[in-house]
Design a protein around this ligand. Structure first.
Ligand code: GTP
Ligand code: MG
Length: 365
């Protein structure tokens, strides 16, 4: 069995990693390649893993901490997917608050597990609309605050950057984004693409299949106390339950509409503190994922048909600069109220947390 190619897609929360991962996976599959997916998060009950699975991929996840702090689990999951699926490609998405992947994931993987996978590409996504709007207030070329340090480090350690969501910005803003990325990382290659419209996704695919981003860049130093402070600014909320029709067996639930309503309500209740809210509704025929990033509510559909049903599964993941206790109260109240308008929420379990300080199993600088 030859070693599968590994694609590692880094980048901040909401930058479009899962959307691009699924789009690339579909294109690789159309070329006859077998694809496995590994996602990652600080919590459990993850929208991305379920969405990748609903999109037709063998998907697994490393929960309760990033790939670097759970490196042995990441390796075990890679090994399992290699043996179960015999993939040609494995696409892995580290948690969006994670950085220093060169020192803590890529280098140890190559050094200690050379026979497991061959790196095909390490790509870091940067969200073009955020870079030209919200991030304008951040000093990413001379970072000082924890958030600035984290986002700037993700960009600085990349050999290849993917400027994502270019459909959502003007050509002028696209050029402005590329120039600001060059200020932070003058040597990286920058590819601009839109996973939503498909623009330039084939260029990203070329980079992957021709192994143009397979070289591991040099590690970039980062102060772990500041990195930990950046992660600790964010509250993490994950919940899961079922939405059932008010009358038993009555097919009255429109999965996509209810996911959109929950995401829209979360955007208005949490406001600008919401970094990324994800709502996944799963019906017997597929799933709908609706996200809120920078106030924009958008549906990513992985469902063939959307006929009303009497029960759907619900998963809610929210990352926001809000105290986790307050976040849990706000999200649970909002989700319950929206579901209660047309149906009822049952068997709902949720947890909220602040990510612990990153303590990687390896840090090879
Ligand atoms: N307009 C536009 N939106 C996009 C594009 N790619 C992703 N999005 C949207 O951005 C939001 C976040 O996308 P995700 O793929 O979930 O982002 P992520 O980086 O995986 O987020 P985390 O898992 O939280 O780190 C979703 O609403 C997507 O629909 C794009 O190319 N254009
Ligand atoms: Mg994701």
């Amino acid at each position: 069995m030859s070693r599968p190619s590994l694609v590692l897609l880094g980048g901040f929360l909401g930058s479009g990693k899962t959307t691009l991962m699924v789009e690339i996976g579909k294109r690789l599959a159309r070329k006859g390649h077998r694809v496995g997916i590994v996602t990652n998060d600080q919590g459990e009950m993850l929208v991305d893993t379920a969405f990748a699975g609903a999109s037709g991929f063998a998907a697994t996840d490393v929960q309760n901490g990033c790939f670097c702090c759970n490196f042995s689990t990441f390796v075990r999951d890679l090994d399992r997917i290699v043996h179960q699926v015999e993939p040609d490609y494995i696409i892995a998405e580290p948690v969006g608050s994670c950085t220093d992947l060169v020192a803590t994931v890529l280098t140890p993987l190559t050094l200690y597990h050379e026979g497991l996978v061959a790196l095909a590409a390490f790509l870091v996504l940067v969200d073009a609309p955020r870079l030209t709007n919200e991030y304008r207030d951040l000093n990413l070329s001379s970072p000082i605050t924890p958030r600035e340090v984290l986002v700037a480090h993700q960009i600085a350690e990349a050999g290849h950057i993917v400027l994502s969501k270019i459909d959502a910005v003007s050509d002028e803003k696209r050029d402005e984004s590329i120039a600001s990325l060059r200020d932070i990382n003058p040597t990286a290659t920058v590819l601009a693409c839109s996973a939503t419209t498909g623009e330039n996704v084939d260029h990203v695919l070329d980079v992957i299949t021709n192994k143009l981003a397979a070289e591991i860049p040099a590690p970039v130093p980062i102060d772990y106390d500041v990195y930990a402070a950046a992660e600790a600014e964010m509250g993490w909320y994950n919940g899961r339950g079922e939405i059932v029709a008010r009358s038993v067996g009555k097919k009255t639930i429109d999965g996509e509409a209810i996911a959109l309503d929950i995401a829209t309500a979360l955007a208005s209740e949490i406001g600008p503190s919401l970094i990324h809210g994800k709502v996944l509704v799963t019906t017997p025929v597929g799933s709908v994922k609706v996200s809120v990033v920078a106030g924009v509510v958008q549906a990513d559909v992985a469902m063939e048909q959307n006929d009303p049903v009497d029960i759907v599964g619900l998963t809610v993941n929210v990352r926001a600069t809000v105290d986790p206790v307050e976040l849990a109260e706000t999200v649970a109240r909002t989700v319950t109220a929206v579901c209660g308008k047309t149906a009822q929420l049952v068997n709902y379990n949720h947890r909220s947390l602040i990510p612990g300080a990153p303590i990687p199993e390896h840090r090879l600088t």
